[in-house]
Design a binder for this molecule. Structure first.
Ligand SMILES: [Mn+2]
Length: 315
């Protein structure tokens, strides 16, 4: 027995959030090795993640399509029921490793490891070190891709000094020669995906957060210039409208992140556009979007501000 992930019966499934991203998938694969579990995923992987797995020769986690009820699970990179597997309330949660705000209520005390680092992958690496385990070249490569992805190649304000130091270690172990080039290649895979199939790119990254008395669905794509993003408003707004209606959310949003310019444009379709405008003290411009110079993090710059106004509006 490992000490972690004990109790219950059946295989221990290790998985991240719905609409999986590179941090969720790579963290699940590597942590599964540490806790002797089976890596799983809750949806289709995007081309950025597929590229990361291909580069370091890793197999895709198994697709968990049914309910998690009664299963032993270890969650990475999320902790909200709305982002997790169906039936998660009735699963046996062996543990959680995450770097998001906490929204979870559990019936029993459980093992939780949360740190405000740029990626869950950084915490996974720390767990290996703490347990006296070394990561393989493949594992180092996967964790490195996850950090580059989640921190927008260290440009996101969520990036910490610890993430940079861990990434340096991983670069050495994985034998990566040019970390910036690897990051840009991953981001390009994501940008190309949005160019190729905007609707699929937006829906494949769509994450749901409880917000006030309803829910917010938010997604992110990479863009190379703002004029192009604005020109796509006519396509983006109907895509968000459809996702909003399908999920019954009060707000659907898309952050079009321009990593090179360190800026984002947030497209919004909402039942309460006035509340969204109040959250940021800015008006929604033509096509229903707001431009944010210096913003590259939904987690730090967007979601907390929306949460504040929506929970105030609920009262
Ligand atoms: Mn993450």
């Amino acid at each position: 027995m490992d000490g972690e992930g004990g109790g219950g019966s059946g295989a221990l499934l290790v998985f991240g959030h719905r609409s999986p991203d590179t941090d969720t998938i790579c963290s699940a694969i590597v942590l599964a090795d540490l806790v002797k579990g089976t890596p799983a995923r809750l949806g289709e992987m995007d081309p950025e993640t597929e590229l990361a797995l291909r580069k370091f020769g890793a197999a895709a986690p198994i697709l968990l399509s049914g309910s998690a009820e009664g299963k032993r699970v270890y969650l990475v990179d999320h902790n909200e029921a709305v982002q997790s597997a169906e039936g998660i309330e009735k699963a046996v949660i062996a543990g959680i490793v995450d770097h998001h705000k906490f929204g979870l209520r559990t019936a029993e005390p459980i093992l939780i490891r949360a740190e405000p680092l740029g990626a869950t992958a950084s915490i996974i690496y720390k767990k290996f070190v703490e347990q006296g385990r070394s990561v393989t070249k493949q594992q180092a490569g996967l964790l490195l891709c996850a950090i580059l992805s989640d921190t927008a190649i260290f440009r996101s304000p969520t990036t910490t000094q610890e993430d940079r130091e861990i990434a340096e270690e991983l670069v050495r172990i994985a034998g990566v020669k040019d970390i910036e080039a690897l990051g840009l290649e991953l981001k390009k895979a994501k940008a190309d995906f949005a160019e190729r199939d905007l609707a699929k790119a937006v829906s494949s990254d769509f994450k749901v957060f409880p917000m006030g008395s309803g829910t917010l669905g938010i997604s992110e794509i990479e863009v190379t210039d703002d004029a192009r993003a604005q020109a796509k408003a006519g396509e983006i707004v109907p895509i968000l409208g459809k996702l909003k209606a399908e999920g019954g959310h009060h707000t659907a949003a898309l952050m079009a992140a321009n990593i090179a310019a360190r800026a984002s444009r947030l497209f919004v379709v909402s039942d309460s556009p006035g509340i969204v405008e109040a959250a940021f003290g800015k008006k929604l411009e033509n096509g229903g979007s707001i431009y944010f110079p210096g913003v590259l993090s939904k987690k730090k710059d967007i979601i907390p501000k929306l949460e504040r106004v929506f929970s105030a509006a609920k009262k």
